[in-house]
Write a protein that binds this ligand. Structure first.
Ligand SMILES: [Cu+2]
Length: 150
């Protein structure tokens, strides 16, 4: 049963939808997946997330065995620490502009990385180049970096 409050919330969402992309805060969903059906394994989907300050990014453990946590070398200065447990749904609130690097700890060596890009000015964009993932992750990371286009 949907409460009256629930209905009001749904109505508010429906009303807000046409204005998505405007100043109102959005919740962006990112799935943690074993594969995307297109030959890519162990990934966040989407892998590059454009957001605004005030938005939230919800990481959803669609498949088991993943987590979402910050990459400390790729994180805006002063932004709150972020670390989800395995199989945990966790929400990142974007409080500062910049690039937020997210990894899945078990699959980090394979390149299970996501980049949240918030705002037009990215105070820490230099970290995109100074940060070096290890081994085979580098190739996938480079492809993500290209999508950021900075
Ligand atoms: Cu994973």
């Amino acid at each position: 049963m949907i409460s009256r409050f629930g209905l009001a919330a749904v109505a508010a969402l429906l009303l807000a939808a046409p204005f998505a992309g405007s100043a109102s805060a959005e919740e962006i969903e990112v799935k943690m997946l074993n594969n995307n059906g297109k030959g890519k394994f162990m990934l966040f989907e989407p892998e590059v997330i454009k957001a605004k300050v005030g938005d939230t990014v919800k990481f959803i453990p669609t498949n088991k065995g993943h987590n979402a946590e910050m990459i400390p070398d790729l994180w805006p200065e002063g932004a709150a620490e972020f670390k989800g447990k395995l199989n945990e749904e966790i929400v990142l609130t974007i409080e500062k502009p910049g690039v937020y690097g997210i990894k899945c700890l078990p699959h980090y060596p394979m390149g299970m990385i996501a980049l949240v890009v918030a705002g037009d000015e990215l105070p820490n964009k230099g970290q995109l180049d100074t940060y070096k993932p290890s081994g085979t992750a580098q190739k996938r990371y480079d492809a993500l970096k290209e999508q950021v286009g900075q």
